[in-house]
Ligand binder design. Structure first.
Ligand SMILES: [Zn+2]
Length: 301
């Protein structure tokens, strides 16, 4: 090898290192929280749980929507993705249909609820299949956390959709929400709270149990497109932060939960159906919410 050839090799190696090293070292972690009420075509309980006659087909649509976001995110530069199955029993996603470089959070309870698995190493959060809050006058299956039990969930006095609570959990770890999919009403509610995030409207709410919907294939294309856009804009988004300590007001649909929770010194009953809890941060509030919506003394094992 002549000195000139050796010199050339050194130059080429250095150039390769300069070109390739940013791509190799740059990590881009995306967190995806998936609910079901906002999935394409979902309108009633017939699609939402194992007892519904259309559930098995709609689990596939939910899985395909998540897969569309996952694939688009990887194409756009994501290096790691965690998905939380955050509807019903937390066992909806057909995990064998997702790529092998994804991990999935399943079932309950979880201290961080629909955001379990997120931490400060993530760069962006995506919400798939989301729905409006129980205090919103529009939106398919509008509810917050529990359609059967809760009539309002407020953080620092503001009624929140799950998207808002979950954005605050992400914000605690300095992770911005970058995209949301669901009906037109939740995209509007979320962008009102979180600003100009990308929104994939896969159906238009007519009433609590009716919508005009896209076809599944059209929804997957839209979710791909919005995910790509969101990741291209990822530097523009800011984490959603709630002031600390965090005041949580919960209004129950039934009378007895607020009565019994008021036995605890950390809880104040504010009216017949409502309680107030103050957490030092949103993480304490998340654990408290998970507790009051899941605990029962008959829990086994
Ligand atoms: Zn939900």
């Amino acid at each position: 090898m002549t000195i000139r050839v050796a010199f050339l090799i050194v130059i080429l190696a250095a150039a390769c290192f300069v070109v390739s090293s940013p791509a190799q070292t740059r990590k881009l972690k995306i967190y995806i929280s998936a609910d079901m009420e906002g999935i394409v075509g979902v309108v009633t309980g017939d699609q939402l749980g194992p007892q519904g006659f259309e559930y098995n087909r709609f689990r596939e649509f939910m899985t395909e929507e998540v897969k569309a976001a996952v694939e688009a995110a990887f194409e756009a530069g994501a290096t790691e993705i965690v998905v939380s199955d955050s509807h019903g029993n937390g066992e909806n996603l057909l995990i064998e249909k997702l790529p092998k470089n994804v991990t999935i959070v399943r079932s309950w309870p979880r201290p961080l609820m629909m955001m379990e698995g997120i931490d400060e190493t993530f760069d962006g959060a995506i919400f798939i299949g989301y729905h409006t809050s129980t205090t919103n006058m529009s939106g398919v299956r509008a509810h917050t956390i529990s359609s059967a039990r809760l009539a309002d969930v407020r953080l620092n006095g503001t009624s929140m959709a799950e998207a808002g609570i979950n954005a605050a959990i992400a914000g605690h770890f300095n992770v911005p929400v970058i995209m949301i999919s669901g009906d037109d009403a939740i995209v509007k509610e979320a962008t009102n709270l979180l600003g100009n995030i990308e929104g994939a409207v896969v159906k238009w709410a007519v009433s609590f149990h009716s919508a005009k919907t896209m076809t599944p294939e059209a929804a997957y294309s839209l979710i791909r497109e919005k995910t790509r856009k969101a990741i291209a804009r990822i530097k523009e988004f800011r984490p959603y932060k709630v002031n600390q300590p965090v005041q949580l007001d919960v209004r129950f649909k039934a009378y007895r939960p607020s009565e019994m929770l008021s036995y605890l010194s950390i809880v104040r009953r504010t009216d017949s159906h409502s309680i107030l809890f103050v957490g030092k941060d949103i993480i304490e509030v998340s654990k408290f919410l998970e507790f009051i919506t899941n605990y029962e003394p008959s829990l086994e094992p």
